[in-house]
Design a protein around this ligand. Structure first.
Ligand SMILES: Nc1ncnc2c1ncn2[C@@H]1O[C@H](CN(CC[C@H](N)C(=O)O)CC2CN(Cc3cccs3)C2)[C@@H](O)[C@H]1O
Length: 157
């Protein structure tokens, strides 16, 4: 918890709002693009959504599937909790996956509240699409990956 609070403070200090815009993506439908250069390790954006318990997320996932909004805006945490950005979410929900991403995610719990922060792994130029590794669990039914990176694994799961 202490570590989380320090990291949160550091992030808030450094977190000059990055100018980002969601727009058509070469990877998939809509993506998030940097409008200004971003330095390595800079805080980029928080993945904002509602923190829901695993059971609830399973029910919602089924519901979203039925409603045909495909893979929903669910960000799974290691402890099974899920941040659902479908209804009340920020533009981070538009970030696509890459096998060679320019960002990484960090889950920080502050006073029991879990927050997902996205940081730059390397210098990002203006106009580059923001990506992180979704780290989806392996599944039978593959989602083909269109990240286009040299070491693309071919699928998201
Ligand atoms: N490297 C990749 N290669 C291929 N497909 C990718 C990649 N990386 C993200 N994906 C897709 O994107 C979803 C993750 N999405 C990220 C934003 C997405 N680009 C969007 O426009 O909404 C969120 C989910 C919520 N769904 C709503 C839909 C919109 C259009 C069809 S279904 C998409 C994933 O589950 C995938 O299906």
């Amino acid at each position: 918890a202490a570590e989380g609070a320090d990291l949160l403070k550091a992030t808030q200090l450094k977190a000059r709002k990055k100018r980002l815009r969601f727009q058509r993506s070469k990877i998939h439908d809509w993506g998030l693009v940097a409008l200004e250069p971003i330095e390595a390790e800079d805080f980029v954006i928080e993945y904002v959504g509602e923190l829901i318990r695993p059971r609830i997320s399973d029910i919602r996932e089924g519901h979203y599937e039925k409603m045909g909004i495909g893979s929903s805006y669910l960000f799974r945490l290691d402890d099974g909790y899920v941040v659902d950005a479908t209804k009340r979410g920020g533009i981070a929900r538009f970030i696509n996956h890459s096998c060679e991403p320019n960002c990484y995610t960090k889950v920080i719990s502050v006073e029991g509240e879990k927050k997902i922060f996205i940081y730059a792994k390397r210098h990002i130029t203006a106009g580059e699409e923001i990506t992180y590794n979704y780290k989806f669990p392996l599944e039978e039914k593959k989602i083909p990956c269109n990240c286009g990176s040299k070491r693309c694994r071919g699928s998201l799961n």
